[in-house]
Design a protein around this ligand. Structure first.
Ligand SMILES: [Zn+2]
Length: 79
């Protein structure tokens, strides 16, 4: 089992996908660049980590391709 402790959140931002637009894109909390998880080219972001819960995507950790901050995407189960 993976241990999913997130103890260092100083440079991490959490985005709940329930609060973003229908197409799943959102703006980087720091630099404002639009990031779309459905953009498979990953030009605007880099997937750092994924967390699977009950065979479903629970969290997606990405790094902004422009400013490099870590953004944690949550709320996949509710979609
Ligand atoms: Zn950014």
């Amino acid at each position: 089992m993976m241990i999913n402790k997130l103890e260092c959140k100083d440079h991490e931002y959490i985005v709940d996908l329930l609060t973003v637009e229908d197409n799943g894109s959102f703006c980087c909390p720091k630099c404002g660049m639009t990031i779309s998880p459905e953009d498979e080219t990953q030009e605007n972001y880099t997937i750092v980590n994924t967390k699977v819960v009950n065979d479903e995507l629970g969290e997606l950790v990405v790094a902004c391709g422009k400013c490099g901050i870590t953004i944690i995407l949550t709320g996949f189960q509710q979609i």
